[in-house]
Write a protein that binds this ligand. Structure first.
Ligand code: IVH
Length: 809
């Protein structure tokens, strides 16, 4: 019996290990997990438990054995059985042609040579030894002959298999490749370090090197390292691969990571094309590369070519031009952005960085200047990455500061309009880290802010007005033609054609582009307003949940905050924006006078209405210690804020059932009373109050709830005024449910005006046009009549989940 039991356990352990190896491979190598993380954790825990109960069964290749052992005192040494060589470099197409010529000459072969192209990763070269498919050691390159034994650390890298998969691997296999840190992981690591006041790494390569050099492998385990394999050393077995690409394919089949960018090309011309292609995509790869490695693909030819000194004759590294250069900081100017943020910009002695002449670089803010410890006159190192604005990375360490170097002082007033400058706290990067920014308080009285706001409004991702770029806007602002975004729509042909740089055709084109931009999507329009914290994504969320600019303009912070993805700060900025008189005027001018139409999505999220629930609002107040659980208990006891404020403290304590949360509530509720009661009034007014939504089914519309589809078919309704106990949205939803049509304004095509209390201009207009004005009772009767005239329709219950919002009038 015990014998059988232990057999069973061993089988189970083996099975769990295989499953975990498989899922590890799917997740870390293929980037394509096939089970949820929770299931993986469960399998891992099961294995850990079995191994803890049966410690004799633990093997070094078990997935539980990645982090283990006490910190080392120092690293041991490992001698490479096959030396780890380095590569010759090429810096130009000519160098490549020379390399190709040397290869051809040596091979005494006139046919073209097949090459394999591989990105040259900027990481740490390592060697992994697998015996019988199990990872035995891991070592750094060291001096090429002897490296450091970093086995413990290598084992923590989850994308490196502890055991090779599949079959056919040789008895001993030495895999070589580059360990690196993907940029995203690097950024997160540095953000974390900054938050905790620790040292940040200068670049992903240093971070990878530092992480591998840890004597305590649990530190390495916490670092986002991974590896691409690019070659082999020892290969003790039959059937050695005939080409380098074959060998990489095999390594891939055995569960090792191979760079998907690797490509085989026919000739040195193919190498050139590959180089250009990858150079242009360099910034999108997600990891740093410093060039391309080209290798003769057939192993037989590699052997014929052999080595010279410490590098193979069959491979070369073509390096990208340097992305950094040294130059002199000539001056620092302060620029004012759209939201008033004042940014220091470095004026540099022009210098070529990776083939592009750079004369300006961003300095972000005063914190950055302090961090870099730079003065005007200093020699600095500039870095350029892709299309990103170049930045100063540091002072040139080996050049002393000049006597006449000048400290950089922050501006006391706005350099453009002379307004006061405020210091505000800002979030830096994704981190919760805070920094200070200087902000001009002049807002739209500041020419720079006005100009930037208009440029943003007209830009490609906003209203996309072709021909109204930054230079034209700057000119128009200077000429006094544009003071706000609304003025764009008042521009005349005569005004434009008179401007420098414009001719008849270009002026006509711009007028046409402006006319076209008058009808735009709600998302573009909201984004274009340039509300602080409202980027494209937030604009989309707002458009999809609120559906119209009018609704957004009156939306309260507490309500906006209920939209998933918009936080407290964003919601506050939105409310502030629309509370501002000047902004309201500009909007009114655009919508009313110039008839700009920001068209909301056809069907916008009805979930949002469902989300406005009393418990959600309570949990959002916010009160320390009161989460959704306690909020739900409170909401089950009282139905709205008025009822909540009517509770005695004993009653409240009873529902809350948590002393600490109760204490906090007792402090917070009186202080928030005004705000919450006003919020409730707003929700009632807008038909967003949970109790009104209840009333809609309970009272006013019970008769029509069971009405059949088609009752109002094709009838065009305009709804105006206030209705007791019913929201306009609810009525609109009902009209649509019965296949009626809702229009925003009265015209001769309107069939009925459904008017409640305080129906104003719409009623007058309807009466003037002779359009029937009906009340709620008549409306209900109409729906009910439709019910008897169309008996084929199916039963349709009105449900609040189906209610969607439309523009309020
Ligand atoms: S092959 C004999 N392939 O570049 C061939 N090296 O100076 C030796 N490297 O130390 C290396 N990506 O760390 C090769 N795809 C790649 C590589 C690569 C990066 C590094 C490696 C080596 C250095 C060569």
């Amino acid at each position: 019996m015990p014998h059988n039991a232990s057999l069973f356990v061993e089988d189970k352990i083996r099975q769990l290990r295989e499953q975990l190896h498989h899922h590890n491979y799917r997740y870390h190598v293929l980037d394509d997990p096939d089970i949820p993380d929770g299931d993986y954790d469960r399998l891992m825990n099961e294995l850990k438990q079995l191994e803890a109960d049966h410690p004799w069964s633990i093997t070094p290749d078990s997935p539980t054995q990645r982090v283990g052992g006490a910190p080392l005192k120092s690293f041991g040494q490992i001698r490479h059985e096959v030396p780890m060589l380095s590569l010759d470099n090429a810096f130009s197409s000519e160098d490549m042609a020379d390399f190709n010529r040397r290869v051809n000459e040596r091979l005494k072969d006139t046919s073209t040579v097949e090459y394999i192209c591989e990105p040259k990763l900027d990481g740490i070269a390592v060697s992994l030894m697998y015996e019988q498919g199990v990872l035995i050691t891991g070592a750094t390159r060291g001096d090429g002959t002897t490296g450091e034994d970093i086995t413990q650390n290598i084992r923590t890298i989850v994308s490196i298999p502890l055991k090779l998969q599949g079959a056919g691997w040789p008895e001993r296999l030495e895999v070589r490749g580059e360990i690196y840190m993907p940029r995203q992981g690097f950024d997160q690591l540095n953000e974390r370090a900054e938050k905790q006041g620790e040292k940040v790494f200068a670049n992903p390569r240093n971070a990878a090197a530092g992480s591998l050099r840890q004597l305590d492998s649990s530190v390495t385990a916490s670092r986002p390292l991974t590896m691409y394999c690019y070659g082999i050393g020892v290969y003790d077995g039959d059937n050695a691969p005939e080409t380098h690409s074959d060998m990489l394919n095999r390594l891939g089949e055995w569960g090792l990571r191979i760079n998907p960018e690797v490509e085989v090309v026919e000739s040195v011309k193919g190498c050139e094309d590959y180089y250009r292609k990858l150079e242009s995509r360099r910034e999108t790869l997600g990891y740093d590369i410093d060039g391309i490695v080209f290798k003769v693909n057939p192993v037989k030819l590699q052997q014929q070519l052999g080595f010279v000194a410490r590098a193979p004759r069959w491979a070369i590294a073509r390096k990208f031009p340097a992305q950094e250069a040294m130059t002199v900081l000539k001056d620092v100017e302060f620029q004012v952005g759209r939201t008033g943020t004042i940014t220091p910009v470095a004026r540099l002695e022009p210098v070529s960085v990776g083939g592009v002449v750079v004369s300006n670089a961003t300095l972000h803010n005063m914190d950055e200047i302090r961090r870099l410890n730079i003065c005007v006159g200093d020699s600095v190192i500039v870095h350029r990455a892709g299309d990103v604005i170049p930045k100063i990375v540091k002072r040139a360490g080996n050049i002393a500061r000049l006597n006449n170097a000048k400290a950089i002082a922050p501006p006391k007033v706005c350099p453009v309009c002379g307004s006061k400058v405020d210091k505000v706290t800002i979030k830096v990067g994704n981190a919760e880290k805070e920094g200070t920014a200087l902000v001009c308080v002049g807002r739209l009285t500041c020419k720079a802010q006005r100009e930037q706001a208009i440029i943003h409004f007209s830009s490609r991702k906003a209203l996309d007005i072709e021909g109204l770029g930054s230079e034209t806007v700057a000119l128009m602002v200077s000429e006094g033609l544009l003071a706000s975004v609304a003025d764009i729509f008042a521009l005349s042909y005569e005004e434009i054609v008179a401007l420098e740089g414009f001719a008849e055709l270009s002026a006509r084109n711009l007028i046409a582009a402006i006319e076209k931009a008058k009808t735009t999507t709600l998302q573009r329009f909201i984004f274009g307003l340039g509300i602080p914290e409202v980027g494209e994504e937030t604009a989309r969320l707002l458009a999809e949940t609120l559906g119209s600019i009018e609704k957004l303009a009156i939306a309260r912070r507490e309500v906006i905050q209920l939209i998933e993805g918009i936080g407290e700060t964003g919601a506050g900025c939105i409310q502030d924006y629309f509370a501002d008189n000047h902004n309201r005027q500009v909007l009114d001018k655009m919508m009313d006078k110039h008839q700009v139409q920001a068209v909301g999505p056809d069907k916008y999220s009805s979930d949002f209405v469902v989300k406005i629930a009393f418990d959600k609002l309570i949990s959002n107040i916010p009160v320390y210690g009161v989460g959704l659980g306690i909020a739900k208990r409170i909401a089950s006891k009282c139905r709205d804020f008025s009822e909540l404020y009517a509770l005695s403290s004993d009653q409240l304590k009873e529902v809350v059932r948590n002393q600490r949360a109760f204490d906090h509530l007792l402090k917070a509720l009186p202080a928030q009373k005004d705000r919450l009661i006003t919020l409730e009034a707003y929700l009632l007014e807008e038909g967003l109050h949970w109790r009104t939504r209840q009333n809609l089914t309970d009272a006013a519309l019970t008769k029509v709830n069971k009405a059949k589809k088609g009752a109002l078919k094709g009838k065009k309704f305009v709804i105006t005024g206030k209705f007791e106990g019913v929201s306009r949205d609810g009525l609109k939803a009902l009209v649509r449910e019965h296949d009626g049509v809702i229009a925003g304004s009265v015209s001769k095509n309107t069939d009925f005006l459904l008017a409640g209390e305080k129906a104003g201009s719409k009623r007058q207009k309807a009466e003037a046009l002779g359009i029937p004005v009906i009340g709620l009772d008549q409306f209900n009767e109409m729906v009910a009549a439709g019910q008897s005239s169309d008996r084929r329709g199916s039963q349709q219950e009105t449900s609040f989940k189906n209610i969607d919002h439309e523009d309020e009038d």
